[in-house]
Design a protein around this ligand. Structure first.
Ligand SMILES: [Zn+2]
Length: 336
């Protein structure tokens, strides 16, 4: 009886094991167990494993979580205060400071080197978060119009202040020169968003994307997968381009080495559990912070940042195409 049950469960999993790119199950195998970032998230994501399509070199969570649970997660849980990966605080001033973080300046340098931003009129950011990059572009090129789709409540308020029109994708009638999508595509349950990108782009319009780079080195060392559901490689991006009528302008690997990235992820995960347990120095620090004026905290942060300025991790953040980079980024062009 038990064997029958297990068999039934396995069969139902196998029957859903279709590759989201080629829609075929022929080359798909179970790759490994899915690792949750926060173990309680299993209530939104369900019991998952990771499958891989050998043909597309693409891995994906299986079975995919239900949309209503995911929507709830992203609207209410993902950017909660004191939760990784964002560690959102209650201060709006922090979001202004973040625009000038190395990560955003690095994106701006990449884009302004490879595209003529003077010619860009309309930008759409899918999964904009706080919309840092578009906002930075608009500061240099004020004639740009910013659109986005972002359901998180706290982000929505900041996006509005920054001049974004935030609409569900199906309500957007504008045509765009540039779609930006940074660390969003890996949260989706399929890759059909590229169809939408194709529809809203002007002829020759471009997509600037960044996602985690997920070859074997990712899977062999990662502390967690969650909340990501799709795991891209260079080859899988090329397969997506073939399917959805895009041409690769360029694909680069970027940012930290896999080892560094896994180390930061482990630290972030540990910090969450330490704060949550409420018995540690971290939670004591959180408590004390409530009584310290914000400007003093900011000053302390600035001093800490300047101390860290020579840290080697900056080399990681600013080195591309080293064959050991944890992100993939690139520019895709809509085919005529
Ligand atoms: Zn496939």
């Amino acid at each position: 009886m038990i064997i029958l049950k297990i068999q039934k469960k396995l069969n139902s999993k196998i029957s859903n094991m279709k590759c989201p790119i080629c829609n075929n199950s022929e080359n798909v195998k179970i790759r490994c167990d899915y690792k949750y970032e926060i173990k309680e998230d299993i209530k939104y994501f369900g019991e998952l494993n990771v499958c891989k399509c050998e043909k597309c070199d693409f891995s994906f969570a299986n079975p995919m979580p239900e949309m209503k649970n995911l929507n709830f997660f992203y609207e209410n849980v993902y950017r909660q205060i004191n939760r990784p990966p964002y560690w959102v605080t209650e201060n709006d001033e922090e979001s202004e400071k973040r625009v000038l973080e190395d990560k955003n300046l690095n994106y701006l340098l990449y884009l302004s080197t490879l595209l003529d931003l003077k010619k860009i009129k309309n930008i759409y950011d899918f999964g904009a978060g706080f919309g840092d990059l578009g906002y930075a572009i608009k500061k240099k090129f004020p004639n740009v119009n910013l659109y986005c789709t972002e359901y998180d409540k706290q982000c929505s308020e900041i996006l509005k202040k920054r001049g974004y029109k935030n609409e569900p994708l199906e309500n957007i009638n504008e045509k765009f020169d540039l779609v930006i999508t940074l660390h969003s595509l890996e949260h989706l349950t399929d890759v059909n968003i590229f169809n939408n990108f194709n529809e809203i782009l002007k002829p020759g319009g471009k997509v600037f994307f960044e996602v985690p780079n997920c070859p074997e080195e990712y899977f062999s060392g990662r502390p967690y997968d969650g909340p990501h559901l799709l795991f891209y490689t260079k080859k899988s991006i090329e397969s997506i381009c073939d399917k959805f009528k895009f041409k690769v302008d360029r694909i680069d690997t970027s940012s930290y080495s896999f080892d560094e990235d896994h180390k930061y992820q482990r630290e972030s995960q540990d910090r969450y559990y330490r704060i949550k347990s409420g018995k540690t120095f971290d939670s004591f620090k959180q408590f004390i912070k409530k009584f310290i004026p914000y400007n003093l905290l900011k000053l302390r942060q600035l001093i800490q940042n300047s101390k860290n300025i020579n840290e080697l991790h900056k080399l990681g953040l600013f080195t591309s195409n080293s064959d050991d980079n944890c992100y993939l980024r690139g520019i895709l062009i809509k085919k005529d």
